[in-house]
Ligand binder design. Sequence first.
Ligand code: HEC
Length: 196
Amino acid sequence: MTAKEKNMSDSIDDGKNHQGHDFDGIRELNNPAPNWIIFVFLLTYGFSLFYAIHYFGYPDNGNDQVSEYKQKVADFAMAQRKLKGGSTAVIVMTKEEILSAGTKLFTAKGCIACHGLKGEGNSIGPNLTDNFWINGCSQDSLVLIITEGKAQKGMTPFKTMMTQEQIKNVSIYILAGLVGSNPANAKPPQGVECKP
Ligand code: HEC
């Protein structure tokens, strides 16, 4: 070992670093990484744990790629609906849910007052359970008469009292739940028979 080499090796081996192993002049030294490197390492280690848990969607936190994709698609659909001026409520209902919502609306909105508890009709409003219609039998014509009403005949306009969605649900309820139900005390048919 030259004097220069000896100097260099002494400068890293200040005596405290020496591990006590010396083989033919090859000594094992302990030179730990500087604290700041350890600190950066622990930081990346901690971040990777956070990242893995957060972005792989554990436990089902909605941050994984599939959930993010679904959210983006839903946001886009919502934005489209807003642009078209439609309802922004996301309504995914089964047929049963629509029918039960319609049943409740039929009572809650007071349709029963003029069309009877079971839609059988009374002295004011026509029977909604037969297939005879004054204003047309398509779902669109039902939506129209419920929305706009018919003041001169006594049918209330519901456009300010019900949402579009509610009017749609109650008209589905009439067509799918009331028509053909043959309630007692049904009012005789009025209007034109609707041929299937
Ligand atoms: C104040 C009484 C009144 C209320 C309340 C009322 N209706 Fe009517 N409704 C009538 C009358 C009267 C007619 C008949 C209009 C006509 O002669 O064209 C009618 C007609 C209808 C028709 C068309 C029937 C046909 O043969 O063309 C539908 C559908 C209807 N109503 C649904 C509803 C629903 C749903 C509600 C509740 C959200 C409701 N109505 C509340 C009085 C009422």
